[in-house]
Design a protein around this ligand. Structure first.
Ligand code: NDP
Ligand code: MG
Length: 406
């Protein structure tokens, strides 16, 4: 029997983390969960530790770690509990671990994802914000260490599957365009004037996917697709003019690659993250994912539309940031993280999300990226600018969503 592959799951308590554990649980002979990490959901992490018996669990705050340590000890578990951001990086680069699932949300996942890449791991990348903010730094680390970077985002996983296994860049491999599909989210057909009044719960009610709240809002604004365009640029070394977005409300075609001879190769499947996760876990082989098989006759028809940039200005902002280059995508991402947080907290209207991002992009100098420090400095500057914008736009503490609804 071959040795089981050891796995760290960064962000195991989230949506992607839970789907990863679901697939792993189907293959106890192939995978061993070595480390799990969370931010706040200690109860979920506690249950995961009892079920999967990892050697190490990590939470951010030491008080939460003490509590988890005590509960696990009382339950007879020998799992070690660590705390702090440095511990996240440590479990990403442990010698014993072969595979790291990067499933923390936001730029908070950048350092541990980079640590896994620098340590030459098989990195399963869900944390798209790491590539958006630090694409050059992360790709350099992958090349230098010989790490294997496998995309988990369903679109990029689809593109990866549709490219030849010896892919050597668009020109050498005859790739004309990459077509990223987008569902259009919950507001694809909502009358534009009603967008002012949509609530966080409405924005998070995605028609086809169940995901964490941040990416759900990103899907509703289509910033998610903008981030994915930037992600594709780095993963596949394709210039922005060769990356196109097409709306496909059924979320069955996960993305497509168009070749110079006119062929278009797509990957299809039910919208279930366990498919790309199982693909990456089993790569270069295939393993079962527990996913319902596709019944095309039942679905009947697949639709495709061009995205409406008036409805989805975030998509335009993302293309603009990618064209500007340097730290512009980092600034875009930071402004978006602040805007989404404020929207979810009920203090910013849905249509103010792109307004805030545009103001921040126009108010921060973007520079070249020579290393991680440039990325982190741009992130800090953009967050400061976003906070200043929010202060200025919210006279006498009026919530912006009320002002927006008038
Ligand atoms: P969730 O919000 O469901 O989960 C996020 C995970 O990260 C949780 O484990 C959370 O811990 C942890 N976390 C959050 N903030 C921090 C922090 N500051 N430090 C350490 N850990 C933190 O997100 P998703 O699973 O939906 O998404 C994860 C990533 O995958 C995102 O980058 C997203 O864009 C990407 N992705 C997700 C898809 C999906 O279907 N959900 C599809 C494609 C990509 P806790 O639970 O304790 O808060
Ligand atoms: Mg996606």
């Amino acid at each position: 029997m071959t040795a089981r592959q050891r796995l760290t799951i960064l962000g195991s308590t989230g949506s992607v983390g839970a789907s990863t554990l679901d697939v792993v649980a189907r293959h106890p002979d192939r995978f061993e969960v070595y480390a799990l990490t969370a931010l706040n959901r200690a109860d979920t992490l506690f249950k995961q530790c009892l079920e999967f018996q990892p050697r190490i669990a990590v939470v951010l705050e030491e008080a939460a770690a003490q509590d988890l340590r005590r509960r696990l000890h009382e339950a007879g578990s020998r799992c070690e509990v660590h705390s702090g951001a440095a511990a996240l990086e440590e479990v990403a680069r442990l010698r014993e671990v072969e595979i790291v699932m990067a499933a923390i949300v936001g730029i908070a996942g950048l350092r541990p994802t980079l640590a896994a890449a620098q340590a030459g791991k098989k990195v399963l990348l869900a944390n798209k914000e790491a590539l958006v903010t630090a694409g050059a730094v992360l790709m350099d680390a992958v090349r230098a260490s010989g790490a294997t970077l496998l995309p988990i985002d369903s679109e990029h996983n689809a593109v990866f599957q549709a490219l030849p296994s010896d892919y050597a860049g668009p020109a050498a491999s005859g790739v004309r365009r990459i077509l990223l599909t987008a569902s259009g989210g919950p507001f694809r057909t909502l009358p534009l004037r009603e967008l002012d009044r949509v609530t966080p719960d409405q924005a998070c009610a995605h028609p086809n996917w169940t995901m964490g709240r941040k990416i759900s809002v990103d899907s509703a604004t289509m910033m998610n697709k903008g981030l994915e365009v930037i992600e594709a640029r780095w993963l596949f070394d394709v210039p922005p003019e060769r990356i196109e977005v097409v709306i496909h409300p059924e979320s069955v075609v996960h993305s497509l690659v168009e070749y110079v001879d006119g062929s278009v190769i797509a990957q299809l499947g039910n919208p279930d993250m366990r498919t790309p996760i199982a693909y990456a876990l089993g790569y270069p082989g295939r393993i079962e994912a527990g996913v319902e098989f596709l019944d095309l006759a039942r679905i009947g028809a697949l639709r495709f539309e061009r995205p409406d940039l008036e409805r989805f200005p975030c998509l335009k902002l993302a293309y603009g940031a990618l064209a500007a280059g340097g730290t512009a995508p980092t600034v875009l991402n930071a402004a978006n993280e602040v805007a989404v947080e404020q929207f979810l907290a009920g203090s910013l209207g849905f249509r103010q999300i792109p307004e805030l991002i545009e103001a921040v992009l126009g108010g921060v100098d973007c520079a070249a990226v020579t290393g991680l420090e440039d990325v982190l400095a741009a992130d800090r500057a953009a967050r400061e600018r976003a906070r200043a914008w929010l202060q200025a736009a919210r006279p006498r503490g009026t919530p912006l969503r009320q002002a927006a609804g008038s």
